[in-house]
Design a protein around this ligand. Structure first.
Ligand SMILES: [Zn+2]
Ligand SMILES: [Zn+2]
Length: 584
């Protein structure tokens, strides 16, 4: 197995993409102003008492607002492409706070917005179908995508043809991801909020107060200051369907704006406008993201929202300013979470460094994944698929600490006692967990009876265990086997039990194998067998590589394999002995 890469992340890519084309500048607001800091968990304040679980600290802050019921917790994402594990961060962080508040007797609603009226600003190189298979842009109807650059995601045809739109396609995967980790979210389409008129009042208010809006935003964005004509509303061109940026007149009495369809600056390219001049209602367009986010807080009554650190430096400070000084509302309780990396690298669907929730759940139990997201959000960490065994081991220990089966210090115990019931659906003291790498060894054979027999012999299934507990425990074998295949690690071998593979050994090797069989027949442990393999080869003056190679050929029909001694010690002795004697 490779040593794994648990390097801390120093450069992570934002997992949300909002108005990436906009130019930003540092705000001149007083950054030391305490209430505006979204680093609520990162602060080192000695005089506050902290709970064992961070979500309890956040819940305290939410309660301190004296919120109306139901308390609303929000997350959101622009459904711009492959929604990966990083996006689930936001769903799970919100979930734990929601659960803690529910425990405290509050009614809580967890909403998640698909910010799907955002325009497509560039062609993604990689997409994925509803099953989570990554697909190159060239394999889908990319022409339609190219023609729709600049249009809202919900107005672009689904390149896979299975959903109503591009936006719906990727929103569906996010909903499926939340369901897979058993988090009940109310998914809200921002396009629908506009179309239903839920954002009309706040849009009207922003336009009525556009001078104030311009003044507030100009502290954060150069282009606003330079453009005296700046209007915080982007209509959709009725001719070409693109989001436009040039409003020429406003008629609030009629609830309409006049626009000209001009070019849109999208990072390193320009999306051409069609020049059309037309009229749009306040439902036929969108607020720029810096206003749309606070507008969502108002329309949905948001009390708490976690977000990544890209927003902490960008749209959070301006959002607070807009909320307080343009909309006259209190911004929600914020919480910045650190991004995490995937095997030491930032998530990147174009570079293929991406994993979907559905993939992860082929490898580990949902409770293990939920545990990963229960850990302190203010610490950067790595999700290592290569060393997934370490995460599972950590979870198994966390579980054992909860049941008081292993020694742990005060902090670890307090965390386990508080968090375990939030991570596991139905705590069951009689559960059985096979160590993950051991499960991977069992995964080398297809034979369910042999898997169970080895697990019993190795002491991982106690006497009197229930059928159900055994079945649940052995389910991990399939996951560990998927892991071995995905990472092609040292467990990625298949025991050829049915028939002896074709082989051609010389007489010396055959004699040496027979001698090794006699030794194993006597009954020895893993290290002794490993040692004896070396000794036998030496005694017969057989090349070490050839001798191990013979073993791998006989058991796996391969040139290489796992550490042979410990492996042979785990498989049933009768079979191993017969195979070494080449009898079956
Ligand atoms: Zn679809
Ligand atoms: Zn147009």
């Amino acid at each position: 197995m490779s040593p794994g890469s648990n390097a801390p992340d120093d450069a992570a890519e934002p997992i949300e993409q909002h108005d990436t084309g906009e130019s930003t500048k540092s705000n001149d607001a007083d950054e030391t102003t305490e209430p505006d800091s979204p680093y609520t968990l990162q602060r080192e304040d000695g005089n506050e008492t902290h709970h064992a679980f961070w979500a309890d600290d956040v819940a305290d802050s939410v309660e301190a607002r004296d919120p109306e019921e139901p308390i609303v917790i929000k997350g959101g994402i622009s459904p711009s492409g492959v929604p990966h594990l990083g996006n689930v961060n936001e769903i799970m962080r919100g979930y734990f706070v929601a659960e803690v508040l529910r425990e405290r007797g509050h009614e809580v609603e967890q909403v998640f917005t698909g910010d799907d009226r955002d325009p497509l600003r560039g062609l993604p190189r990689t997409l994925c179908d509803l099953e989570g298979n990554l697909v190159d842009l060239g394999e889908v109807n990319a022409g339609a995508l190219g023609r729709n650059l600049g249009s809202p995601y919900t107005d672009i045809p689904d390149p896979f043809g299975c959903c109503d739109s591009y936006g719906d396609h990727f929103s569906q995967i996010i909903r499926d991801s939340a369901a897979a980790v058993d988090v009940p979210i109310e998914f809200v389409s921002t396009t629908e909020l506009y179309e239903n008129g839920d954002l009309e009042e706040v849009t009207r208010h922003v336009l009525e107060n556009r001078d104030t809006a311009r003044e507030v935003l100009s502290a954060y964005q150069d282009k606003v200051e330079e453009n005296g004509e700046y209007v915080p509303f982007n209509p959709i061109c009725e001719e070409c369907g693109k989001i436009t940026e040039t409003v020429t007149a406003i008629d609030l009495e009629a609830g309409t704006v006049e626009y000209r369809c001009t070019d849109m600056d999208a990072g390193d390219q320009t999306i051409e406008g069609c020049g059309h001049e037309g009229t749009a209602t306040l439902r036929e367009g969108k607020l720029p993201w810096r206003f749309e986010w606070p507008a969502q807080w108002q329309a949905l009554g948001v009390d708490f929202e976690p977000f990544g650190k890209d927003h902490a430096e960008g749209s959070w400070p301006s959002g607070v300013d807009v909320a307080e000084n343009v909309l006259g509302i209190e911004p929600p309780v914020p919480m910045v979470y650190e991004w995490f990396t995937l095997d030491g690298e930032p998530f990147s669907s174009s570079a293929g460094n991406v994993i979907l929730v559905s993939d992860v759940l082929d490898l580990i139990e949902p409770e293990v994944l939920r545990y990963f997201f229960a850990k302190d959000p203010s610490k950067a960490r790595d999700f290592s698929v290569e060393r997934l065994d370490l995460l599972v081991d950590e979870f198994d220990r966390f579980e054992s600490v909860y049941y008081g089966e292993v020694e742990a210090d005060e902090d670890e115990t307090a965390f386990a006692e508080r968090v375990y019931p939030l991570v596991v659906d139905e705590p069951n003291e009689d559960r059985i967990r096979l160590p993950y790498t051991f499960a991977a060894v069992l995964g080398m054979t297809d034979d369910p009876e042999l898997r169970e027999e080895i697990a019993r012999r190795e002491g991982h299934i106690p006497e009197g265990a229930s059928e159900q507990a055994i079945e649940d425990a052995l389910a991990r074998v399939e996951q560990a086997r998927n892991w071995a295949r995905r990472t092609e690690n040292e467990f990625d071998y298949e025991l050829k039990r049915g028939a002896i593979p074709d082989h051609d050994f010389d007489e010396t090797i055959e004699t040496a194998l027979a001698e090794l069989a006699d030794f194993i027949e006597e009954g020895h442990g893993p290290d002794e067998i490993q040692e004896e393999i070396y000794e036998t080869a030496k005694r017969h003056d057989v090349d070490m590589g050839s001798f191990f190679g013979a073993g791998y050929r006989l058991f796996f029909d391969e040139d290489q394999g796992p550490k042979l001694g410990p492996f042979l010690a785990k498989v049933d002795r009768e079979f191993v002995v017969a195979r070494l004697r080449r009898e079956r």
